[in-house]
Design a binder for this molecule. Structure first.
Ligand SMILES: NC(=O)c1ccc[n+]([C@@H]2O[C@H](COP(=O)([O-])OP(=O)(O)OC[C@H]3O[C@@H](n4cnc5c(N)ncnc54)[C@H](OP(=O)(O)O)[C@@H]3O)[C@@H](O)[C@H]2O)c1
Length: 264
């Protein structure tokens, strides 16, 4: 029987108060890793932490806005202070406000880039020295395919995805000799609070009802179901584990076949 045992390992998971990041934190903790949770909503973080503790896991809760000055460094320092180092960084923090690309504002663009791209790069730079001390590590970015497989209302949300795909390639090459692997997951249309927000927003922009847009989005899914946050988390578990010890610079689409011809 193949098992993934992450006992003795530590993961920092951003965007872990809900959705995909939360599922990643739960799955990694279930596999034995100590997990540091970073996001803003303390109530949601508390709930996630309680579930991990109830299941016998070890968790540190780091509430804060990752776009604020000094926060990215703080979450890395505090994770190391609590658990003695970092082996895995899973970046699932992201915001995207669906807009018409010709009316998208500087504020929308800054918000999308500051969190999903700039904060992810800052955390990455802070975790690399820690991974070097451990003799290796694994980084997983949750990105998305909206920069290559798009609809007309992604607005600025697609920009950090292009940036992360480019950065991941370069970083993977740079860090491969040091046994630090860097991979990226493109979630499909995933059943998280973001799905409801986006469906509501598309309905507003296109003057339709939520139900109409929801039905249209679901009709595009070859496996006839939304991707589950756990589907994405299981892919992250594989990528950080020794089962993927020779996998770096890769992108995995977890989308039920929706973007089967696109990899980025
Ligand atoms: N769901 C999908 O269909 C889908 C598809 C393609 C790509 N993705 C990407 O996958 C990632 C995760 O998506 P998701 O569906 O899980 O999104 P989600 O449900 O909206 O969760 C986003 C997470 O980011 C955190 N976050 C937002 N702003 C933050 C800030 N300023 N500082 C720290 N944390 C912040 C949120 O927590 P707080 O509000 O507590 O801060 C939350 O934990 C995102 O990058 C998203 O773009 C998702």
């Amino acid at each position: 029987m193949i098992t993934i045992d992450l006992n003795g390992k530590t993961a920092l998971v951003t965007g872990s108060s809900q959705g995909i990041g939360q599922a990643c934190a739960m799955v990694l903790a279930r596999a034995g890793a100590s997990v540091a949770l970073a996001a803003r909503n303390e109530e949601n973080l508390d709930r996630t932490a309680s579930e991990i503790i109830a299941a016998g896991g070890r968790v540190e809760l780091l509430a804060g806005d990752l776009t604020a000055e000094g926060q990215t460094e703080r979450v890395v320092e505090e994770t190391c202070a609590r658990f003695g180092g970092i082996d895995f960084f899973v970046s699932a923090a992201g915001v995207s406000r669906r807009t018409d690309p010709i009316v998208t504002t500087d504020e929308d663009t800054d918000l999308a880039i500051d969190l999903k791209l700039r904060a992810a790069i800052r955390v990455t730079k802070a975790v690399i020295p820690q991974m070097r001390k451990r003799g290796g590590g694994a980084i997983v970015y949750f990105s998305g395919l909206s920069h290559v497989h798009t609809s007309e209302f992604h607005g600025s949300g697609c920009i950090p995805n292009a940036g992360l795909a480019a950065y991941k390639h370069q970083l993977a090459r740079r860090l491969a000799p040091e046994n630090i692997r860097v991979n990226l997951i493109n979630p499909g249309t995933t059943d998280t609070p973001r799905y409801v927000r986006q469906t509501t927003r598309i309905a507003e922009i296109t003057n339709r009802t939520y139900e109409e847009v929801d039905a249209e989005r679901r009709a595009e899914l070859p496996m006839n179901r939304l991707t589950r946050a756990e589907d994405c988390a299981n892919a992250a578990l594989f990528l950080v584990s020794d089962l993927a010890s020779n996998v770096t610079g890769e992108s995995i689409n977890v989308d039920g076949g929706r973007c089967d011809v696109v990899r980025a």
